[in-house]
Design a protein around this ligand. Sequence first.
Ligand code: BEZ
Length: 394
Amino acid sequence: MRKSGSMLRRLGAVAAMVAAGVLLPGGSALAQGKLKVGLMLPYTGTYAALGNAITNGFKLAVAENGGKVAGRDIDYFTVDDESDPAKAPENANKLIKRDQVDVLVGTVHSGVALAMAKVARDNNTLLIIPNAGADDITGPLCAANIFRTSFSNSQPGIAMGKVMAEQKKKTAVTLTWDYAAGKESVGGFKEAFEAGGGKVVKELFLPFPQVEFQSYLTEIAALKPDVVYVFFAGGGAVKFVKDYAAAGLPKTIPLVGPGFLTDGTLEAQGEAAQGLLTTLHYGDGLKNPKNDAFRAAYTKAYKIEPDVYAVQGYDAAQLLIVGMNAVKGDVSKRAEMVKAMEGAKLDSPRGSLALSKGHNPIHDIYLRKVEGKENKVVGVAVKNLTDPPRGCKL
Ligand code: BEZ
């Protein structure tokens, strides 16, 4: 049948609209276009390696999902937050207002994350936190649009406080950077250690991200506690563990901490880290099929060994995928998406992972011992640890 000129013109217009995605059913991935993911992480400074590992882990999970999320390709928008809380509101606003991201993923530093969470709440932007443990974010400041796939700061501290009390240590000195992560980590340790009969005799602090430890080591040597608990991570953890060993302290005063003290750092810490006990929700040699597959895929893709930060980035993407699949990629269906994420049971390299009411992981906290270049799991310090109720009103 011959078609009239106007009919041909109309068919041409329809074809053009289909190509642009305008006339596709609203739910189709093509019609929705690319998913905009804002990665706000540290790529410079003492936490740079952590930001890179999170990015790698996130992208690995997406690659394993066919390079897409609910059928949608991804556009990444990346900001180096420099672990600087003062710059955080502007950085988060840039991603939300200028780049119009659909989801914000970040960050490492608790002070930066607290500022991001405020911006995310103010704009009702979906935020997935792949590290920063600030207790309040999943406590009194919890929100429907904010999720965390890492831990809360007090969790590993609680576990180590319990283990040290069980080992009949009586006195402890703590040392950390003076900001939310350090204070809450030490707070968790103190709470559990003292509940088990121990006493924290001195709490020492230095400003983030300073690494001049000498005067603190002198003070620790003079105090002679049964154990020293510290929170440091990234470059700071490398320097502290080496300085502690160089001061000859490990022979008389055991050093312990949350696993950040020795995760992703063993290559640089070398001999100084051998035998250190830490507590964390992950360990290199964890025996489960997911961890075996994750470690093989990560090492193949990036030519380096993964660490806990890579796991947390991987799980951030896994959680996003659960939410996106539930709404077939339509992020406007936020309530449905949140419901699916709240009910997610992730097959994480750390073991199974569920979320608390405040959207924080409920997971096992392992006791680990450094052997060679591995944080070897030697036991479970606390099974299925969830946060104490801290005023979340969800
Ligand atoms: C934090 O600031 O919450 C943090 C940073 C590094 C490792 C663990 C926690």
